[in-house]
Design a protein around this ligand. Sequence first.
Ligand SMILES: CC(C)(COP(=O)(O)OP(=O)(O)OC[C@H]1O[C@@H](n2cnc3c(N)ncnc32)[C@H](O)[C@@H]1OP(=O)(O)O)[C@@H](O)C(=O)NCCC(=O)NCCS
Length: 370
Amino acid sequence: MKNKGLRGVDAGETSICTVGEKSDSLHYRGYDVVDLSENCSFEEVAYLLLYKKLPNKDELRKFKSRLKSKRYIPEQLKEVLERIPKSNNPMDVLRTACSFLGNLESEKNFDNQFDCSERLLAIFPSVLNYWYHFSHSGVRVSIENSSDSIAGHFLSILYGREPNETEEKVMNISLILYAEHEFNASTFAARVCAATLSDIYSCITGAIGTLRGPLHGGANEKAMELISKFDDVESASKAVYKMLENKELIMGFGHAVYKTQDPRNEIIKKWSRTLSEGKSNSKLYFISCEIEKIMKEEKNLFANADFFHASAYHFMSIPTKLFTPIFVCSRISGWTAHIIEQRLDNKLIRPGAKYIGKDPMSFIPLNERS
Ligand SMILES: CC(C)(COP(=O)(O)OP(=O)(O)OC[C@H]1O[C@@H](n2cnc3c(N)ncnc32)[C@H](O)[C@@H]1OP(=O)(O)O)[C@@H](O)C(=O)NCCC(=O)NCCS
């Protein structure tokens, strides 16, 4: 079928983001992600996505202060989180938390959409880390800390100490790189839901479920599973050639829109290298580089944003099962911007399908069927 998976089809209009326009670049509301990641905090980028402009100093201060005041977890939600076992997928934890929060703090009408967006942006790092600590060590961790950034807040609860400057910087950059990506699968799911005029919690719950799959957000965890199998560059090289021979997918490579490069890769790759320096497991960086080289030579495929995120997060001692949920903590900024945009000029999204089934037939009563 032509355009299978809606490749190359414009399924709507947006002024939030361009992916791969002209060259393989990425822009959020006209700003290159390279500039944003070098010069901004994640909060500035989230503000840009939600409020359509970069904040001035006063707007940023007030935004950060609002986010800080919205980090708390209601007691009923803590009770729910405490019932979810350690063995569960943390993406299911965030999906449930979002849906449950929608019961506690429902979006009464669309006038609340910015409030709800900020609330979700602020609460996901608290929810994820609260559940992680309780389910893994039985500790009701405090989500109070002095950090005024989402990156600092996240790492402070995860580590139980303040992150160092590099850790906080890389987390900040990672959140910026994952913040927005036009009509990707999870954002499109959120917009389809928003187009029915449903509430924001339903839209985001659907988006989390969509991001969960290994062909989308789950690729960074799968990339980690792959690189951590190998003891050295040679064994990685041998195994990847074998996988390609067997026509296996190598997670963290290829992209539905970019043709020559994913502009986020060079940025996170550079930080993965910096983080690897002086680490006992720095081989993971070199193993990743070797796989990247083979994929380019053998398949002409480039590493996407997920591949070097795996080693970078690992060097920051982030448990693998939290990789994709961190993507949620970031992409919530893009999702909510898209929901708000969809509502502004709404039309129910209802495409057609090319029918490939049987021609019309005579009905056969139950007792005459073989
Ligand atoms: C992202 C992805 C779904 C894009 O898919 P797409 O544009 O529809 O491209 P296709 O799946 O049609 O792939 C085209 C060809 O490249 C191959 N290919 C694509 N990605 C590959 C990968 N990661 N490893 C090995 N081969 C790959 C396909 O097998 C196909 O080969 P064929 O023509 O011989 O059948 C795909 O590249 C993929 O599955 N990547 C791994 C998952 C991943 O990293 N996802 C995160 C995306 S940000």
